[in-house]
Design a protein around this ligand. Structure first.
Ligand code: HEM
Ligand SMILES: *[C@@H]1O[C@H](CO)[C@@H](O)[C@H](O)[C@H]1NC(C)=O
Length: 505
């Protein structure tokens, strides 16, 4: 009760504060859009359908404007030719302060930049190199083994339950969640008989469902059992438990050692950091895996081209062996699969809505291109909204359509995309931009490729008839890859060599 009262009083005082200090647009500042509810501003409209909301504002006010959203003044830059001015200004437009404060609040750890942990932020940044280069080879081969184990087990056990050699049915998002959660978790954190990953996944999904509200600064006390669930998730990663897990990857090992060096870091904080990393590693990868498979099996031409490419790189012999033993597909082989890579990028283009957020460090004037500049105030936010580029009909012909080979030209990666006759540099940015790009992007691309490869090598797949198209859950826009809102069922049958013979008899 007392707690509710405090929140209520807090809210009222914020309202009063905003009504009296309501800001006016000054000279040289972008157009300001406030909405009629002080403080909340345009938050509700933004949450409902951010793409539509922002493109409407762009039509009214031009490419650059400031909107009050949930108490923050956010200046949106809607023109891809202006992105580089923002990306270049790393000093005045800082990313890490925002991510540190948002993440520490959402995952409930002491902010890394609170001054208590000298040097830790840099050490963390450096540890990200363990997600690429030669270390990525190890991650790739470990992921490959896990994917084959999990998928083999899944396909063979469902085969036993049905009449053999026949089509089985399953829900596609559930399938992706189940496979990608387990394989990604085991590859990164290691394994142990004692771990109950199904329970962990259930809790993770509950937490993740509420995550947009946490990011929108809704107090966790108002969110039902979320706080309890978050505590449970954090407890999962206590150091004494993690020490029992076998074969975690080098990246996670490095983080464990690093946290160990800081006496000021409580065990609970260490655990919360590990939990946050797990969220980052699976939160976007799972919906991304869904859209890749979904688009491929919705489009026979794409499915055929990608399947043929996979078989030509991996070899018929390996394909036949995959139910008997673990086969290898190296990182170099994955790189050769341009049709597959293009399909993945095309899926990300259609489903990723990440906002690239920077916090203004001091009042300053940002030059945007040759003619234009805007004044910005300290602590305001500057945001790039790549979805408007991803869906720009001038850059991508028929932008709503999935075209698996949009990013391929003459058998190689296509990188030239134009708008008004001018080449666009930032045409695809599902992983953010500049120095703050997602450090897991190489691993993520690889695991998505591997997931599609192993699945298609093991079975034939089709969408079940008579169902709606999959639709994006727009309420999560801004936080990464949007999940589907509706259920999609698919049919599959394994390609175990014995089965084909049986079928042909
Ligand atoms: C398809 C999958 C993924 C997508 C679309 C994605 C996207 C993103 C985006 C948009 C950001 C923010 C960057 C910015 O605003 O400039 C980010 C940050 C981050 N991602 Fe990913 N990510 C994916 C997979 C992963 C994986 C697999 C890992 C770990 C193994 C990971 C680890 C991280 C971390 C640690 C950050 C924070 C970086 C920092 O604070 O400096 N991500 N990701
Ligand atoms: C796909 O996207 C990734 C990351 O955004 C990029 O590195 C890669 O070059 C792209 N590949 C193709 C074929 O477009």
């Amino acid at each position: 009760m007392e707690c509710l009262l405090t929140i209520f009083l807090g809210f009222i005082s914020m309202l009063l504060f905003c009504m009296f200090c309501s800001r006016k647009r000054k000279d040289g500042e972008p157009p300001l859009i406030k909405g009629w509810i002080p403080f909340l501003g345009k938050a509700l409209e933004f949450r409902k359908n951010s793409q539509q909301f922002l493109s409407q504002l762009q039509q009214e006010h031009g490419d650059v404007f400031t909107v009050l959203i949930a108490g923050k003044y956010i200046t949106f830059i809607m023109n891809p030719f202006l992105y580089s001015s923002v990306i270049k200004h790393g000093k005045q437009l800082d990313f890490h302060r925002f991510s540190d404060s948002a993440a520490s609040r959402s995952f409930n750890y002491t902010p890394v930049q609170s001054g208590l942990f000298p040097g830790m932020s840099d050490h963390i940044q450096r540890s990200y190199s363990l997600l690429k280069g030669p270390d990525l080879d190890l991650l790739t081969s470990s992921m490959m083994t896990k994917l084959q184990q999990v998928l083999r087990c899944r396909f063979l056990s469902s085969e036993e339950s049905g009449s053999d050699g026949d089509w089985q049915e399953a829900e596609l998002y559930e399938f992706c969640k189940c496979v990608m959660f387990r394989t990604t978790f085991n590859t990164l954190y290691g394994h142990s008989e004692k771990l109950c990953l199904d329970q962990l996944r259930e809790d993770f999904e509950k937490f993740d469902g509420i995550f947009p509200l946490l990011m929108a600064r809704v107090p966790i006390a108002l969110l039902g059992k979320t706080k309890e669930i978050r505590e449970k998730l954090i407890r999962f990663f206590y150091p004494q438990r993690m020490e029992e897990w076998r074969a975690p990857c080098k990246f996670i090992q490095k983080r464990m050692e690093l946290f160990q060096q800081y006496d000021t870091l409580q065990d609970r904080d260490k655990a919360a950091h590990h939990f946050a990393m797990m969220w980052a590693a699976v939160g976007n990868t799972i919906p991304a895996a869904f859209w890749c498979l979904y688009h491929l099996i919705s489009c026979p031409e794409a499915l055929e081209a990608v399947r043929a490419e996979i078989i030509s790189v991996v070899g018929e012999k390996n394909m036949k062996l995959i139910f008997e033993e673990d086969i290898t597909i190296t990182r170099q082989q994955l790189e050769q699969m341009v049709n597959l890579e293009s399909s993945i990028n095309e899926s990300l283009r259609l489903s990723s809505v990440s906002m690239n957020i920077r916090v203004v460090q001091e009042d300053f004037c940002l030059r945007l291109g040759d003619q234009h500049s805007i004044n910005l105030r300290k602590d305001d936010i500057v945001a790039l909204y790549p979805e408007s580029t991803h869906l720009d009909p001038e850059i991508y012909d028929q932008p709503q359509r999935f075209r698996f080979d949009r990013f391929v030209e003459d058998g190689k990666e296509k990188t030239d995309f134009y708008k008004c006759g001018q080449k666009v540099r930032y045409y695809l940015m599902p992983f953010g931009s500049g120095a703050t790009q997602c450090p897991g992007r190489f691993f993520a691309m690889n695991e998505l490729k591997q997931f599609v490869c192993v699945t298609l090598l093991m079975c034939e797949m089709q969408l079940s008839e008579n169902q709606q198209e999959a639709m994006l859950d727009k309420s999560r826009a801004g936080l990464g890859v949007m999940p589907p809102v509706n259920q999609i069922t698919f049919k599959y049958r394994t390609k175990k060599p014995g089965d084909n013979m049986k079928r042909e008899e």
